[in-house]
Design a protein around this ligand. Structure first.
Ligand code: B12
Ligand code: SF4
Length: 431
């Protein structure tokens, strides 16, 4: 008999959370490799198309498939008690999972997605409920938190931890031979209006605040055929919006993104494409801008971080000011709406003294595009994360929280002043 596998995407405990095309992509990818070889059930706490959230107007999607989650206010956890913001639990109510577990036939394995390191309280809650209602199930954790904080994750009491993309221990544990050509198990959702794609792994850069180079190594393209099959599956299931989760989507575009988009154009595929994970403006030539706009890219998030060349020298030069300006010019000339182009700048980076953050925000505003402050999350094991140990105990992942860390580094008033300034600058732009 095929083993019964429960897939769980936990709730989020945080100051803020928004469905910015959040999908448990690693979990769905692993389940896809086991397609046809196991009997799956899914409980996704963050599924806004679940009947509980879908019926409420407040949680409906915007035109690009994003939206708010159901949430409940809860007390701040003790390590974050000094952060003067409300803490919340985002996602379906816990009782629904308990009901689901008690109605579901006993499962052999439970695969649980872990995402941001500081979201581990949601994972703890899920483990507690599975242990109570499905005590026979072997619990397996995988994803970012387990990869970046393995010793902390061990304490949560799961039966197996899968770090990074080394899935061998998983196949041995569940005793199934995977089919690695299969796309993620998107059909497990009853309804879908947004999906995710990834055309590559890794990144050729080595920014000192980022874990990707260490965890995933250098850039490696994924199979184009498999990505095209995945897109077809997503479209068949009703997805109208696709977010790319690549770390370096535009790197070696001639070999990876361009052939993918040319194929979709040849097949006259109509879908809205998005890049919540920053694009590298350096690679946006006039030609590439024309192609991505023609192929259906609707929102453009560009990584900028700072106007300061000194800051870029210190952190790994990614995008210089003239490269950002050139990219914006090419995108607008190709027909992208300026209002849908956003540049990210880090707020709360430990080298803020050389970052010239206000000048960076004003520079972005002069280009006529929106700025967004990307709150800094100190990641243990990265050079910049390690610098932050003098401000916070990074062995407690709650201190990696992106809302908390800028407040710890800069203070509440200064953090608010910079956020207000960003809002004011954005308001000067035409709607
Ligand atoms: C996509 C992405 C996002 C998306 C959302 C992702 C989501 N679902 O929530 C967006 C753009 C919204 C986002 C936002 C942010 N992100 Co982000 N993001 C990523 C990215 C690129 C991929 C994460 C992901 O979904 N991986 C899953 C898929 C794509 O991975 P995969 O390799 O195919 O999965 C394989 C294995 O990993 C494994 N696996 C994965 N999951 C599972 C689960 C199980 C059960 C098993 C068995 C195996 C398994 O098997 C898979 C198949 O081989 C990572 C970097 C990276 N490359 O990992 C950063 C990353 C997770 N983000 C990071 C950061 C800093 C942020 C922000 C704080 C940035 C900012 N300042 O705004 C915000 C925080 C958002 C918030 N609300 O708090 C950090 C982590 C920070 C932390 N403390 O945890 C990372 C690691 C990047 C970095 N800088 O180092 N992010
Ligand atoms: S370019 Fe992006 S993914 Fe690559 S190392 Fe820098 S921050 Fe990380």
């Amino acid at each position: 008999m095929a083993p019964k596998i429960l897939l769980v995407n936990p709730p989020v405990y945080d100051f803020a959370a928004y469905d910015f095309w959040l999908k448990p992509y690693g979990l769905l990818s692993v389940a896809g490799f086991l397609r046809g070889k196991a009997d799956f059930k899914l409980f996704d706490y963050l599924d806004r198309l679940h009947p509980f959230m879908a019926q409420i107007k407040e949680f409906q999607s915007d035109r690009w498939g994003r939206g708010r989650f159901y949430c409940e206010k809860i007390p701040n956890p003790p390590p974050l008690s000094n952060i003067p913001r409300h803490f919340r639990r985002f996602g379906l109510p816990r009782r629904m999972f308990k009901d689901f577990l008690s109605r579901t036939a006993p499962c052999d394995f439970a695969l649980v997605q872990t995402t941001m390191t500081y979201w581990y309280p949601g994972v703890t809650e899920v483990i507690e409920d599975i242990r109570k209602f499905q005590p026979q199930a072997k619990i397996i954790l995988g994803g970012n938190y387990v990869t970046l904080c393995p010793s902390h994750a061990k304490k949560l009491g799961a039966d197996l931890l899968i770090t990074a993309d080394n899935l061998e221990p998983l196949w041995q544990f569940i005793n199934i031979t995977p089919d690695l050509n299969q796309p993620p198990l998107w059909e497990i959702y009853n309804r879908l209006n947004a999906g995710v794609l990834k055309l590559s792994d890794g990144c050729p850069f080595s920014c000192t605040y980022c874990s990707v180079p260490k965890v995933y190594g250098k850039f490696k393209p994924r199979s184009l055929q498999r990505a095209l099959a995945e897109l077809q599956l997503l479209l068949k299931l009703g997805a109208e919006n696709i977010a790319f989760y690549d770390d370096a989507l535009l790197y070696k575009a001639n070999e990876v993104l361009t052939p993918f988009l040319e194929d979709t154009l040849k097949r006259s595929i109509k879908v809205n494409l998005h890049t919540p994970n920053a694009l590298n403006a350096r690679f946006i030539t006039s030609e590439l801008a024309k192609l991505i706009v023609k192929a259906g890219f609707k929102t453009f998030y560009l990584g900028f971080e700072s106007v300061s060349s000194q800051w870029h020298q210190a952190t790994g030069p990614k995008v210089l000011s003239d490269e950002l300006a050139g990219a914006v010019e090419h995108l607008i000339a190709a027909g992208a709406a300026a209002g849908n182009i956003t540049a990210y700048q880090i707020l709360g980076h430990p080298a803020i003294d050389i970052q010239q953050l206000e000048a960076s925000m004003r520079f972005v505003n002069k280009l006529g595009i929106r700025g967004m402050l990307a709150d800094f999350s100190p990641i243990p094991g990265t050079p910049d994360g390690e610098l932050c140990r003098k401000y916070a105990d990074l062995n407690e992942p709650l201190f990696h929280n992106k809302t908390a860390f800028p407040v710890i580094l800069l203070g509440f008033d200064e953090t608010n002043r910079l956020k207000d300034l960003q809002r004011k600058l954005n308001r000067t732009l035409p709607k």
